[in-house]
Design a protein around this ligand. Structure first.
Ligand code: UTP
Length: 292
């Protein structure tokens, strides 16, 4: 029987150092692609996949995220007075249902694995999703929905092939049997040197996990970069709990990096009917200039 996933964790407690100085006083997840913060894209993806409870693992300086998903009395009042009905709809659409959104804090940014562990009591004993807002995915069907459609237990993460010299930036699969959608992992390695990488199938920021992961994370073993790594905990469970890499259909952008962020902005704009023609003409003008 298919398991339904109703809870999702959004780890948003990272420091976002690659975007300093912007992230000095603003959460990375609130950086805007076109007219929406990164975190809104992730929450919308989760909502469209049927997620009902939204668990944010935040840190100091991240209150803008809470305010964003909350009702804004002053703004609503002003927009109402001015008859700005469309704008009112836009701000109200992002408000998450009362009692369905939970914020907890990771007091120190000790790594993604630690951030997820911080939500252990809020998840309880059921499989759950994890979405990293800085990984944006442009696809016909939202990536998490694709994963849910193929989920039949165990741990699962979205994977994509990366250039061989980039394996040291990702969690990498040691691949076993595979079909059109899933790859069984014989093992997982966090950020291996290209010479030692078992494959170039890299994990990106969409997961469906079983609660057993919390017991492993509880041991607080640190790995690459001195951080408590989720990949290491998943690796420990292999043999006990199967791990599948899911080959999603779509294009992923690393919005934690400046290049990826720019690329995402252009691609998401091209994907929007209201912006496609403008962005096309900008690109054509620029490419002509670069040729001259
Ligand atoms: P990153 O690896 O991109 O780290 O985290 P970062 O700190 O956000 O950014 P840089 O590398 O300093 O620029 C991936 C995701 O995991 C969360 C981040 O908020 C981001 O969504 N994260 C990371 C935490 O919640 N806690 C952590 O301790 C580390």
């Amino acid at each position: 029987m298919k398991q339904t996933i109703k809870k999702a964790i959004f780890p948003v407690a990272g420091l976002g150092t690659r975007f300093l100085p912007a992230t000095k006083s603003m959460p990375k997840e609130m950086l805007t692609v076109i007219d929406r913060p990164l975190i809104q894209y992730a929450v919308e993806e989760a909502k469209s996949a049927g997620i009902e409870e939204f668990i944010f693992v935040t840190g100091r300086g991240k209150t803008a995220i809470e305010d964003f998903f909350d009702y804004s009395f002053e703004l609503n009042h002003t927009l109402e007075l001015r008859g700005k009905i469309e704008d009112l709809k836009k701000v109200n659409d992002v408000v998450l249902d009362a009692g369905k959104v939970i914020y907890t804090r990771q007091q120190e940014p000790l790594g993604l694995g630690h951030a997820i562990w911080c939500a252990r009591h809020l998840v309880g004993n059921e499989p759950f999703a994890v979405l990293l807002a800085d990984d944006m995915i442009l696809s016909k069907q939202p990536c998490l929905q694709q994963m849910m459609d193929h989920y039949d237990g165990g741990n699962m993460a979205a994977v994509m092939q990366v250039p061989n010299d980039k394996t040291n930036q990702y969690g990498i699969l040691d691949c076993g049997a595979e079909d059109d959608y899933k790859i069984v992992a014989k093992g997982l390695v966090e950020k291996p040197d290209p010479a030692k990488a078992p494959s170039n199938h890299a994990i990106i920021g969409r997961y469906i996990l079983t609660p057993e992961i919390f017991d492993v994370l509880e041991q607080r073993n640190s790995g690459a970069g001195g951080e408590i790594q989720l990949t290491d905990a998943l690796q420990k469970l292999i043999g006990e709990i199967p791990f599948h890499g899911f080959k999603f259909d779509g294009k992923r952008f690393d919005c934690g990096s400046r290049r990826g962020f720019l690329e995402a902005s252009i691609n998401f704009a091209l994907d929007r009917e209201d912006l496609r023609e403008s962005i096309k003409s900008i690109i054509l003008e620029l490419s002509q200039k670069l040729k001259d």
